[in-house]
Ligand binder design. Structure first.
Ligand SMILES: C[S@@+](CC[C@H](N)C(=O)[O-])C[C@H]1O[C@@H](n2cnc3c(N)ncnc32)[C@H](O)[C@@H]1O
Length: 258
């Protein structure tokens, strides 16, 4: 039985054997390149079917647990009314409520967007760092939100090349090119919402999720967005622990390490 019951079993991964060998793009990290050279890859069908759940769900029970607070969060309503953020109210609220309860804390976010000021404000007095791979969006964030701490990073090879490592060599998925102060911090809260990961011919989020798991504090709250997609869902369960999944709103999953 899958995590949310039989109705989600159809989402499970289907592997299709492929004879393609990996040709690493120039952006591959040196340590990846050496280790990947001899690996034979499989490609996967993209069974990205949206989840039916729109409220947090208690794992293994299928029972809604409700939002942590029924109070409206005006900052989220404002974001959605002004700028069409890429999440829903419920998804943002799931993160916001936990973050607000832990602030001030150390907060690491994979990906900037129109929601960035929301997280900085929710973590007032804490330390909030964003990791961004697309220079246009890094520039947007620095212009729109003066003082924002955005670090430029690279996710390396396409999703299709990195995906097989989930099972075969998961340690290689960790991003090792992060700034030292990011690596040296045990992050209280982590939000994984990048790279975009929308096609197999672009970087995927298995690297962000692996890196989040490595650098999260022992009692961290880790959120992974877009878990209707195979890559996000499978890598989050593997690296953050299926047993640590405490809530889900829409496609936003909340894992709590305890
Ligand atoms: C899923 S988006 C992050 C969206 C952001 N968390 C939000 O809710 O607005 C992932 C990546 O897409 C890019 N991006 C950010 N905002 C975007 C937008 N409004 N439209 C398209 N791409 C965006 C950035 O490179 C970002 O790291």
């Amino acid at each position: 039985m899958g995590l949310f019951g039989a109705n989600l079993e159809r989402d499970r991964l289907v592997e299709i054997r492929s004879s393609a060998r990996c040709v690493l793009p120039h952006c591959a990290l040196p340590d990846d390149r050496a280790s990947l050279a001899s690996i034979r890859f499989t490609s996967l069908s993209n069974s990205d079917i949206p989840l039916a759940a729109s409220v947090p769900i208690k794992p293994n029970s299928g029972q809604p647990v409700g939002t942590q607070s029924d109070k409206e969060i005006p900052a989220i309503r404002e974001l959605l009314s002004q700028s069409r953020g890429q999440g829903t109210y419920e998804e943002y609220a799931l993160v916001y409520e936990v973050l607000a309860s832990r602030a001030p804390c150390s907060l690491l976010i994979f990906g900037v967007g129109r929601d960035s000021p929301l997280w900085i404000d929710a973590n007032a007095g804490g330390r909030t760092v964003f990791l961004e791979s697309i220079s246009k969006w890094a520039a947007f964030a620095r212009t729109a939100t003066p003082g924002i701490d955005v670090r430029d990073i690279s996710y390396g090879p396409w999703r299709r090349f990195m995906w097989p490592l989930l099972r075969r060599a998961p340690k290689l998925l960790e991003l090792r090119n992060l700034p030292a102060d990011v690596r040296d911090t045990a992050w209280d809260v982590v939000l994984v919402d990048a790279p975009r990961g929308t096609t197999w011919r672009r970087p995927g989020r298995m690297r962000s999720v692996r890196t989040a798991a490595v650098h999260a504090a022992p009692n961290a709250d880790v959120f992974v967005h877009d878990c209707h997609r195979t890559v996000e869902r499978e890598s989050a369960d593997q690296f953050l622990g299926e047993h640590n999944l405490v809530a889900q709103a829409g496609t936003m999953r909340h894992y709590r390490r305890r």
